[in-house]
Design a protein around this ligand. Structure first.
Ligand SMILES: [Zn+2]
Length: 237
């Protein structure tokens, strides 16, 4: 099956990256957020094919705080969030933050999960590479769960994602990407609860999956919401 058919099958609702960022900006604009009074913070994979989304966020919101890790796992922690928040100018006694958190997956021309082409390379490549490594280890039944100081982020990925997977189960790459999304969302929400003072800060939290299709990048939006004066409101796309 073609990538287009598979894209629809796996992700019924998708937006181009530009349309997605545009929508998020417009939604928040109506709630009083703009490039002058808000700071964006981004958590996507370190992979270069994930970076066009960061560029679009920068175009709309100005320079964004970088919370990225391999597979977009949230390893920046409370210290990372506090740093992002301390870099903001306070406007009218109010602080506004915009968080984007999206792991990624590729879909090949024949609809294969995880397969992509990279500029200047003829052979197939894959994304997310870090999740692929972890998945291979799961399939092989051999996981080293000790901290490898020469491979810190992958060590953290193994331990964190295993908490979300039933013992002995091996998900496919799509399921693993969704599991990654759940893990990074929970970790970031937990850190947000402990660091954001909602008495004088409003924030938006956008999650989803970044998809690399042969004709460009897309976003599948997942749980997203706005917190104004401590009250949470769901955002639908
Ligand atoms: Zn990746």
């Amino acid at each position: 099956m073609s990538s287009e058919v598979m894209l629809k099958k796996y992700f019924p609702v998708v937006h181009t990256e530009a349309a997605y960022i545009d929508k998020t900006y417009k939604i928040l604009n109506k709630a009083g957020f703009d490039a002058d009074n808000a700071i964006a913070a981004v958590d996507v994979c370190r992979d270069e094919i994930s970076q066009p989304l960061v560029a679009l966020i920068r175009e709309k919101w100005g320079e964004a705080f970088n919370l990225c890790s391999l597979a977009a796992m949230f390893f920046a922690g409370k210290t990372g969030l506090k740093a992002a928040m301390n870099h903001l100018h306070v406007v009218g006694g109010k602080e506004r933050y915009v968080f984007y958190a999206l792991p990624h997956i590729a879909i090949g021309a024949k609809g294969q999960l995880g397969v992509c082409k990279r500029t200047g390379r003829t052979e197939d490549s894959n994304a997310c590479g870090a999740l692929n490594v972890f998945l291979k280890e799961l399939k092989g039944g051999q996981l080293n769960l000790s901290m490898d100081n020469e491979d810190v982020e992958l060590s953290l990925i193994r331990v964190r994602l295993l908490k979300e997977i039933a013992y002995g189960r091996v998900p496919d790459l799509l399921e693993l990407t969704k599991i990654t999304l759940t893990a990074l969302r929970e970790d970031m929400e937990n850190a947000l609860k402990k660091t954001v003072d909602t008495r004088h800060s409003d924030y938006a939290f956008f999650t989803g999956i970044q998809i690399h299709a042969p004709d460009g990048n897309y976003i599948w939006p997942a749980d997203s919401y706005l917190v104004v004066k401590g009250k949470r409101k769901g955002l639908n796309f």
